[in-house]
Design a protein around this ligand. Structure first.
Ligand SMILES: O=C(CO)[C@H](O)[C@H](O)COP(=O)(O)O
Length: 312
């Protein structure tokens, strides 16, 4: 841990062995092509594992319930996280509030496989995200565009997810964010080709990102870490849509556990994510799934109701 990151995280530098960024990012590579399911207890975690989820994400309430209940949404009770860890053999991730480095320290002490510094919970800091390089545990963070994505990576995020609008069951914001990231990458490529490094430095200032990271993205034509879709994925077709748009995998929460038959829908979403280009399989797994979550049309929401606007 650097002194700077130790200060940012409110603790003294210690001698814990922090894996390299490559190791942290490599863990996410192993999840590619999979579905990560939000779960609130051990029973849901077992349903997720049985359905073929590649990992589970522990949180207090699924995002649709967080919206319904209002109030403050925080990290899960460690006792429930331990129950989930004991219930499944797949990786267990857990959410912490934006900027809440103590929740992250607690999750790390529990041996969590990935920490999600998430806008789905109530932010703890209006200005700063957690300085993530100083943690042993790898982090996943949300983004709506390339600027947010590269700021999170510069802070140490080893995996990204486009934010979408969690808890709505409406995939439109997930689509918007993934297309925005793609458009931003294409712009960076065009700037590098036409104006070289001077242009990249100007674009980096505009996007408020590190110029060397932006140059790498422009050269490689992709994000520097794995990117999953999230927020509003509710059907097998939604999951396949996000995969065809170029995501490396999907997060699903409310879409499964607020539906009529979570186990059946969870299996169907996993198969759809695997066979995302096979319309015959997609038709088969979309058949007879029972009631989908009711959902909220994102276009009927006020800007301040949107979780994706949290963080910058
Ligand atoms: O941040 C997240 C990733 O774990 C969300 O919880 C995820 O996007 C779930 O959203 P939804 O409930 O709409 O599926």
């Amino acid at each position: 841990m650097t002194n700077e990151s130790a200060a940012q995280n409110g603790n003294a530098a210690d001698d814990k062995q922090i894996p390299s960024f490559a190791v942290k990012a490599g863990l996410a590579q192993m999840l590619k092509g999979g579905v990560i399911m939000d779960v609130t207890n051990a029973e849901q975690a077992r349903i997720a594992e049985e359905a073929g989820a590649c990992a589970v994400m522990a949180l207090e309430r699924v995002p649709a319930d967080i919206r319904r209940d209002g109030g403050v949404a925080r990290m899960s009770d460690p006792a429930i996280i331990r129950e989930i860890q004991e219930a499944v053999t797949i990786p267990v991730m857990a959410k912490a509030r934006i900027g809440h480095f103590v929740e992250c320290q607690i999750l790390e002490s529990l041996g969590i496989d990935y920490i999600d510094e998430s806008e789905v919970l109530t932010p703890a800091d209006r200005t700063y995200h957690v300085e993530k390089h100083g943690f042993k545990a790898p982090f996943v963070c949300g983004c709506r565009n390339l600027g947010e994505a590269l700021r999170r990576v510069a802070e140490g995020a080893a995996m990204l997810r486009t934010k979408g609008e969690a808890g709505t069951g409406d995939v439109v914001e997930a689509v918007t964010h993934v297309k925005q990231v793609r458009a931003d990458i294409a712009r960076a490529q065009a700037v590098l080709a036409s104006e070289g490094e001077v242009g990249i430095r100007a674009l980096a200032r505009e996007l408020e990102v590190d110029a060397s990271l932006l140059k790498r993205v422009a050269e490689e034509g992709r994000l520097p870490v794995v990117n999953f879709a999230a927020g509003g994925v509710a059907t097998p077709a939604d999951a396949a849509l996000m995969m065809q748009l170029g995501c490396d995998g999907v997060f699903v929460g409310s879409g499964i556990f607020k539906s009529g038959d979570p186990a059946k829908r969870a299996k169907a979403i996993v198969r759809a994510t695997t066979h995302f280009r096979d319309a015959a399989v997609l038709a088969e797994v979309s058949t007879g799934l029972g009631e989908a979550m009711v959902g909220i049309n994102c276009d009927s929401m006020r800007p301040e109701e949107k979780m994706a606007g949290r963080g910058w």
